[in-house]
Ligand binder design. Structure first.
Ligand code: C5P
Length: 222
């Protein structure tokens, strides 16, 4: 494998309701992070996995993941972007491709991980898995008055893992000013092309209580 996968897992998960860091919440009896790392480790391209854990949970996360896969665990930061930067800092320079994958997308299939890695290996600087947008999207004013309807055919919902040439991600993070919600956004700001590949409904982000119910149902699919 020529790929390192960074797994930011240091978020509080407040939108999921009370119950501790999101990555450690149980789904079918196992923490989300275990589901996520198991699928990352099943991807043949993956050579190194770096998890950014909540600072108080670094040792606990090491023990939790030891039976799942060989992983490096670092302390995450206050913002997702900082958690990613701390994980990126321990990737050796000879690793050519770096993927960034949210622990919250715990059911992302290995074939999505492989297709993102393959597109970067094929020469693209930055690659993101996406789905079409199904809802009608409105732009609204602060008082909730509709300003207009956005043409959804040109919109995509963005998932993870997002894949990068190692130097592209490192330079984008080094140049980052304001925190963004994804890493490809940093690359866009640097003026480099970001290319979409098909994502998967299984790569949904487990964010709200309903998502846990959906994820339990998805796990039971044949
Ligand atoms: O909050 P959000 O759902 O966008 O978080 C996406 C991912 O980033 C989650 O896996 C979460 O654990 C991680 N994260 C992090 N450090 C933070 C905030 C979020 O690693 N400070």
């Amino acid at each position: 494998g020529d790929v390192a996968v960074l797994v930011p897992a240091a978020g509080a998960g407040l939108r999921l309701g009370p119950g501790g860091p999101k990555a450690l919440r149980l789904l079918a009896g196992e923490p989300l992070l275990v589901h996520a790392v198991r699928r990352v480790a099943a991807s043949p391209s993956v050579h190194l996995i770096v998890v950014a854990a909540p600072a108080t949970e670094v040792e606990a996360v090491r023990s939790l993941l030891a039976p799942v896969a060989p992983v490096t665990v670092v302390a995450g930061g206050a913002e997702r972007q900082e958690s990613v930067a701390r994980a990126l800092a321990v990737v050796p320079p000879e690793v050519g491709i770096v993927l960034v994958h949210d622990a919250a997308r715990a059911l992302t299939p290995p074939d999505v991980i492989e297709s993102v890695a393959a597109a970067v290996r094929g020469g693209l600087p930055a690659v993101i898995p996406v789905l079409p947008v199904v809802d009608t999207i409105k732009e609204v004013a602060p008082d909730e008055t509709v300003l207009g309807t956005v043409d959804r055919s040109v919109l995509r919902s963005v998932q993870t893992p997002q894949g990068f040439r190692h130097n592209v991600l490192a330079e984008a993070h080094a140049a980052a000013a304001d925190p963004l919600t994804d890493d490809a956004g940093l690359v866009e700001k640097a003026g480099l092309p970001v290319t979409c590949v098909p994502g998967s409904e299984l790569a949904m982000k487990i964010t709200r209580p309903l998502d846990l119910i959906l994820a339990e149902a998805l796990l039971k699919l044949p």
